[in-house]
Unconditional design. Structure first.
Length: 253
């Protein structure tokens, strides 16, 4: 149910595949934007061909070489155990313009779900399991299809977003009816270095994303958080210096 919108991705062997507290306040409805069903790992890889098991302290990669497309999906899930992952975009042999550290206390209840821009280039997505061997997870990556491919543009297009200067933070209390929250963080082309935290109690992160990219317009952060708990708060911190502001766009579902 859509309520409101806030003015708010090393090969391992041959494992490569081709393919201040601010209330939410008054928000205007965003007609036609509700892509919650397209985020899950079964949507990324319906037949399982892009799905890989990643043990602790190992990594897997997915290769993308369609220059006509500029967006891939990444989904990471577990059987209820914690997920601690690093997701990187590789362009060429030694350029990594996008890095995302993602954590979930429960990878089944709150999976990692994100969209990553490939800049219409030959690209590779690496997902690394930073956790211990006892905490494996499944991951999949594939080109975003249909409306999911334009979601990082559609949500910001609905409103100008809420500006957050470097070093500042914003907190948003979600409606109890909210089941999922889509978040886009972007910039005007400058670097993006920010952290998103899903809190169910004061200073008790259930899920976190920490992103760094040299261009927050070409590689905005676009994630979807499941919010099964009532009284959930989202805290967003701009980790960059003060001269690198970012813009927050939220879409409650």
């Amino acid at each position: 149910m859509l309520h409101y919108t806030v003015a708010l991705c090393a090969f391992q062997g041959a494992a490569a595949f081709n393919a201040g507290v601010t209330p939410m306040g008054a928000r205007s409805a965003v007609s036609g934007i509700s892509m919650a069903e397209g985020w899950g790992i079964t949507s990324v890889s319906p037949d399982g061909s892009f799905r890989q098991r990643i043990q602790g302290k190992t990594r897997k990669t997915w290769k993308f070489n369609d220059l006509s497309k500029d967006r891939v999906q990444v989904a990471v899930t577990s059987e209820g155990r914690p997920v601690t992952s690093d997701i990187e975009l590789w362009l060429g042999p030694d350029w990594t313009p996008f890095k995302l550290k993602a954590y979930s206390e429960d990878g089944a209840l709150r999976p990692i779900q994100t969209l990553v821009g490939t800049r219409n280039k030959d690209a590779m997505i690496e997902v690394r399991n930073v956790g211990e061997y006892e905490f494996p997870f499944d991951a999949a990556s594939n080109y975003a299809a249909g409306e999911m491919a334009t979601l990082p543009l559609d949500i910001p297009a609905a409103s100008p977003g809420e500006r957050v200067d470097g070093g500042a933070l914003r907190s948003f209390t979600l409606s109890p009816e909210t089941e999922q929250l889509e978040i886009v963080l972007n910039t005007d082309g400058r670097q993006l270095n920010a952290r998103v935290e899903l809190l169910s109690a004061p200073n008790n992160p259930k899920q976190t994303y920490e992103v760094f990219t040299n261009n927050g317009e070409l590689n905005s952060l676009c994630v979807c958080l499941k919010t099964p708990d009532s009284g959930t708060t989202v805290r967003i911190v701009n980790l960059a210096p003060v001269e690198f502001p970012c813009y927050i766009h939220l879409n409650e579902i």
